[in-house]
Design a protein around this ligand. Structure first.
Ligand SMILES: NC(=O)c1ccc[n+]([C@@H]2O[C@H](COP(=O)([O-])OP(=O)(O)OC[C@H]3O[C@@H](n4cnc5c(N)ncnc54)[C@H](OP(=O)(O)O)[C@@H]3O)[C@@H](O)[C@H]2O)c1
Length: 339
C-alpha cells in the first residue's frame, strides 16, 4: 500500500480537528483510494512531535489538550519550530492551519512557500496570506508543479470553491453574494429573534465561545473581506487583494434598525459581494424567506451563472471537525489526482 505522509502545522481547533478526522477516515481512504494516510509531524507555535513511522492521531490531540504542548508527545516530542520541522522529516503534503494574519500573512506564507520549494503539496485553512498575496501564492504552486488547495479558507464546511470550479465548470460565473462570517450571522440572528442590543448579544456570544475575546476581525467585516478576496480571485479571476474590498462591519447596527427592517419583511445580514466591478462587505437588507435567510452560525452563498442560473449553497462556516471536513476533501482530491 502506498503512503501519503502529512505534516499538520498549527495544532489549535482546526489542526486537532484534522487529526481527529484522519483517525475517523483513514480506513475509508485506504479502502477507496489505496493510500495509507500518516501524520509524520505536527507543530504548534513553539513545539512539535515528529515520527516518520506515523504519530497516533488520538495521542496528539490528548497531549495538546492536556499539556498545551506537542513537545510532551511520548517519545517523539521536540522543540523544533514550524520551519525547522519541514526540514526534519520526509513528507508529501503540508496541512497549514496556523493563525490568520492580515498584516504580513506570516507564519502561513513562509511555511507554504517553503513547502512548495521542497516540491510538496499544501492544503490550507489560513485565509490571511491568500487575501494579501493570492497571485504570488498560486504562481509559486504552479512554478513548483505542486497541488495547492484552500477550500477551508472560505465557509468552513460550506462547499463553495471546489463546488464552483468542479461542479459548475461549464458555467461563466457572474457573481457570488453571500454570508461568509458565522459569528456576525449568529449575533444578527439573535438580535432579530430576541430584540436585544448588539453589546448584550456580543457579550453572550463571547461567553459561549462563538465570538472571540477580541471580536474585531469578525464584527468589523475583516474576516468576510479576506474570504471575498479569495472568492474573487479563485472564482471570478479578479486579481484583487484585501485593500480592494470596501468593508463595513456590524458594530453600529441597532436593535431599532433590525425592528424597523423586520416590520417591512426584511432582515439585516452582513453580506459579502463579489462582482467584477464591486468587492464589498456591508450590512444589507435581505428579504425574509429568501435564500439569504439563514440563521445562527450558518454561512451561505448565492452563485449567479450563465447556464445554471442562480445556485445557492449553505453550511457551517466554522468548527473543528466541520473545517477539517473541507481539508480532508482537499487531501482526497490530491490523492485522486495522483492516481
Ligand atoms: N476555527 C475555525 O472554525 C476555522 C474555520 C476556517 C478557517 N480557520 C482558519 O484556520 C486557521 C487555524 O484556526 P484555528 O481556529 O485552529 O486557530 P487556533 O485555535 O488559534 O490555532 C492556531 C494554531 O497555530 C499554532 N501556531 C501559531 N504560530 C505558529 C507557528 N509559527 N508555527 C506553527 N504553529 C503555529 C498555535 O500554536 P499554540 O497552540 O502553541 O498557540 C495553534 O496551535 C486560522 O488561519 C483560521 O482563520 C479556522
Amino acid at each position: 500500500m502506498k503512503e501519503f505522509k502529512v505534516i499538520i502545522m498549527g495544532f489549535g481547533a482546526v489542526g486537532q480537528g484534522v487529526a481527529e478526522a484522519i483517525a475517523l477516515k483513514k480506513e475509508m481512504i485506504q479502502k477507496d483510494y489505496g493510500y495509507n494516510l500518516k501524520i509524520v509531524a505536527a507543530a504548534d507555535s513553539s513545539t512539535s512531535a515528529i515520527c516518520i513511522e506515523g504519530l497516533d492521531e488520538n495521542t496528539l490531540v490528548k497531549t495538546k489538550k492536556e499539556t498545551g504542548k506537542l513537545a510532551d508527545y511520548p517519545e517523539y516530542g521536540s522543540n523544533l519550530s514550524g520551519l525547522q520541522v519541514l526540514d526534519s522529516v520526509d513528507y508529501d503534503c503540508l496541512i497549514e492551519s496556523t493563525p490568520t494574519n492580515i498584516d504580513d500573512g506570516e507564519p502561513g506564507k513562509s511555511l507554504t512557500l517553503k513547502a512548495f520549494n521542497q516540491g510538496k503539496d499544501v492544503v490550507t485553512s489560513n485565509k490571511g496570506y491568500l487575501a494579501l498575496n493570492f497571485k504570488e501564492i498560486i504562481d509559486a504552486a504552479q512554478e513548483n508543479n505542486v497541488n495547492f488547495k484552500y477550500e477551508a479558507t472560505v465557509g468552513g464546511s460550506m462547499p463553495i470553491i471546489n463546488f464552483v470550479k468542479d461542479t459548475l465548470s461549464s458555467c461563466k460565473i457572474y457573481s457570488v453574494i453571500g454570508i461568509l462570517n458565522g459569528t456576525t450571522n449568529y449575533i444578527l440572528s439573535r438580535m432579530t429573534s430576541e430584540g436585544s442590543s448588539y453589546q448584550n448579544i456580543l457579550r453572550e456570544s463571547q461567553e459561549l465561545g462563538i465570538a472571540e475575546t477580541d471580536p474585531t476581525n469578525d464584527v468589523e467585516g475583516i474576516d468576510a473581506a479576506c474570504k471575498t478576496v479569495i472568492l474573487a480571485n479563485s472564482l471570478l479571476n479578479i486579481p484583487a487583494t484585501y485593500d480592494d474590498v470596501e468593508v463595513e462591519g456590524i458594530s453600529n447596527i441597532t436593535s431599532q434598525a433590525i425592528d424597523l427592517a423586520k416590520k417591512d419583511g426584511y432582515l439585516i445580514k452582513l453580506i459579502a459581494e463579489v462582482l467584477p466591478n464591486n468587492l464589498k462587505v456591508s450590512p444589507r437588507l435581505v428579504k425574509k424567506g429568501s435564500s439569504y435567510d439563514v440563521n445562527g452560525t450558518l454561512n451561505m452563498a448565492n452563485v449567479k451563472t450563465d447556464l445554471a442560473g442562480d445556485v445557492s449553497v449553505s453550511g457551517f462556516g466554522a468548527g473543528s471537525l466541520e473545517t477539517a471536513s473541507a481539508i480532508i476533501t482537499d487531501l482526497i482530491s490530491i490523492l485522486k489526482n495522483k492516481k
